[in-house]
Structure formats: structure tokens, C-alpha cells
Design a protein around this ligand. Structure first.
Ligand SMILES: NC(=O)c1ccc[n+]([C@@H]2O[C@H](COP(=O)([O-])OP(=O)(O)OC[C@H]3O[C@@H](n4cnc5c(N)ncnc54)[C@H](OP(=O)(O)O)[C@@H]3O)[C@@H](O)[C@H]2O)c1
Length: 287
């Protein structure tokens, strides 16, 4: 693996109340579906390739596999970021604290690096309470940094207004079909980093779209790398999931690909009126 470049671009967390002095890698590994011994092996090859940020969730049922890969790795623990998510059914204050403790026990680690509220579940009206619990979890030393996922600007403003604590990041669906200009801009205005989920469009036809394959051909690269380079060009931390060692290593080379203004304009044309893969966070209930 020695000849595989390790990404050196890193982004600083916003200054302020959260995660002072912490740094986040500019790309992370998605781990949805990587479970059991095969999951440990897949996360292990990704760490060997150079991934340092590992994105899991209580609801992925693989916190044990991701934690085990970290424990088995020769990479120093301080260089790896274990990032998990709090499910909707645990948004009550005490329940949220217990769920964070449960994530910790499942991981087998002695601390979590990042915990996100997975979805705001606005119909349940408890995400403000859940955020207070994450602030407390950080104060108790259970986790180093806290953030959110699938939050709209109005949700961000409610938790920041209530607690005075700004999330380190907001993890949202971002790919050329759904570039999320408004939410990315709202995150940036508040000093919140944007992480992008499904950066390859997951199981959609995005990776095979003529515009994407055409740009890949022109640059002598793969459609996957075009999509990751697009996220990076937008300042988004992409979280590509791959179970395959060769693809994991290839995905890290997206930093070597610089898209031109014409490429970005062509990719811009893919944005649909509703190009999202998942539900609208203003309505979605994820328990
Ligand atoms: N916060 C949320 O609500 C939320 C929601 C969805 C996802 N996520 C996170 O985001 C991560 C990524 O999203 P995702 O898993 O939906 O989809 P994705 O990363 O957009 O796409 C994954 C698919 O792309 C394939 N792939 C990976 N690298 C490739 C390459 N170089 N060439 C060709 N194909 C490649 C993978 O296949 P192989 O595995 O076979 O290589 C897999 O089928 C998730 O794993 C999860 O951690 C978060």
C-alpha cells in the first residue's frame, strides 16, 4: 500500500464552542452495510489505504465492526476519527445520553470522536433536547466533537439559539443530482462544515450518466473519481462507501483530479428539482 497517496488536505473545525483545536480529514469512509467480520476487514483495508474518518451510526448495526477495525489497526488511535449517529427513538435527554454510552460500549473504544443527531425528526419535536444531551455527553468526556445530520437551516438555528453551541458539521445528502446549495450555504454562514452522504449517488444511475462518464473519459479517470472531485471542489467532505480495497484506495486519489470550470458547469446541469435519494428532512421520521 506504500505507493497509495494519503490525502493531506485537511479542514479545520470551525473556531468557537465545539471541538477546539480538532482537525477533520477532507474525506471519510461510508460504512453502511459493512458488518461482521467482512465489515472489519473492509474498514481495515480502508484504514490501510489512508482513510482516517470513519462514518457509522447506531442504526447501521456495525459500530462493533468499525470499532474492532480501529482497535486492530496499527494506526495510532488519535489519528482515527470514529463518527457515529444518534437515532430518532433516543431523542429524549436521558435516552440520548444512554444511547451515546451504548454506542461507546458497542464500539469497544474508550471514547467516541464525533456523534451526530442522525435526522432532526421535526414531527417528534425533540431534537433540541437531543442536542442538549450531546452537549452534556461532550462535557462528560464521552465524545470529543458533536454535530448533526440532515438538518435544515431552521433546525440549526433552533439548537444554536437554545444551547449557544454550534455543531462541528452537518452531514447531508450531496451529489450532482442534489447539490443542496441552500443548506451548504447556510452551514458555511454558521461556521459549520458540510459532510456529504451518498457522494457517488449510491444505487442511482448517477455514476453511469453520460455527463459524468464523458468528463471521466476526457480526464482519463473513472466516473467515481469525477463525483468525488466534484464534492471536494465544493468544499464538501465526501463519505464514499466501498467494500472493495482497490476502490477504497482509488477513491482517495480524487484529490489529484482537478475539474475545470466547464466540467463543473456540465455537472451543474444534473441538478434536478428533486434529485434527492432520501426523504425530505422537514418530514422524514427516522427512528
Ligand atoms: N446521514 C445519513 O442520513 C446518511 C444516509 C445515507 C448514507 N450515509 C453515509 O454515507 C455513506 C455513503 O453513502 P452510500 O453508502 O449511500 O453511497 P455511495 O458512497 O454514494 O455509493 C456506494 C456505492 O458505490 C460503489 N463504489 C464505491 N467506490 C466506487 C468506485 N471507485 N467505483 C465504482 N463504484 C464504487 C460501492 O460499491 P462497493 O462497496 O462494492 O465498492 C457502493 O455500491 C454511507 O455508507 C453512510 O456512511 C449517511
Amino acid at each position: 500500500m506504500a505507493d497509495i497517496p494519503i490525502p493531506t488536505r485537511a479542514v479545520l473545525t470551525p473556531e468557537g464552542t465545539v471541538g477546539a483545536g480538532a482537525r477533520l480529514p477532507a474525506i471519510g469512509l461510508g460504512t453502511y452495510g459493512l458488518r461482521g467480520a467482512a465489515g472489519v476487514a473492509a474498514v481495515g483495508t480502508a484504514i490501510d489505504a489512508g482513510f482516517r474518518l470513519l462514518d457509522t451510526a447506531f442504526n447501521y448495526d456495525n459500530e462493533g465492526a468499525v470499532g474492532r477495525a480501529i482497535i486492530d489497526s496499527t494506526v495510532p488511535r488519535d489519528e482515527l476519527i470514529y463518527s457515529t449517529k444518534l437515532p430518532g427513538r433516543y431523542h429524549g435527554y436521558e435516552l440520548a445520553l444512554q444511547a451515546v454510552e451504548e454506542s461507546l460500549f458497542r464500539s469497544g473504544l474508550d471514547r467516541l470522536d464525533l456523534v451526530l443527531i442522525h435526522w432532526p425528526n421535526p414531527s417528534v419535536r425533540k431534537y433540541v433536547e437531543a442536542w442538549r444531551a450531546l452537549v452534556e455527553a461532550r462535557e462528560r468526556g464521552l465524545v470529543r466533537m458533536i454535530g448533526v445530520s440532515n438538518f435544515l437551516p431552521e433546525h440549526l438555528d433552533r439548537i444554536i439559539g437554545d444551547s449557544g453551541v454550534v455543531p462541528v458539521l452537518n452531514q447531508i445528502e450531496v451529489h450532482p443530482y442534489h447539490p443542496q446549495d441552500e443548506v451548504r450555504a447556510a452551514n458555511a454562514e454558521r461556521g459549520i462544515l458540510t459532510e456529504g452522504w451518498s457522494p457517488l449517488g449510491a444505487s442511482s444511475d448517477l455514476i453511469g450518466h453520460d455527463i459524468v462518464t464523458g468528463i471521466a473519459e476526457a480526464h482519463g479517470t473513472s466516473p467515481a473519481l469525477v463525483l468525488l472531485a466534484w464534492s471536494i471542489a465544493l468544499g464538501v467532505i465526501p463519505l464514499p462507501k466501498s467494500a472493495t480495497a482497490a476502490r477504497q484506495a482509488a477513491n482517495l486519489t480524487a484529490f489529484d483530479l482537478e475539474l475545470g470550470a466547464t466540467d463543473l458547469d456540465r455537472l451543474r446541469r444534473l441538478a434536478g428539482t428533486d434529485g434527492r435519494r432520501h426523504s425530505d428532512p422537514s418530514e422524514h421520521e427516522e427512528m
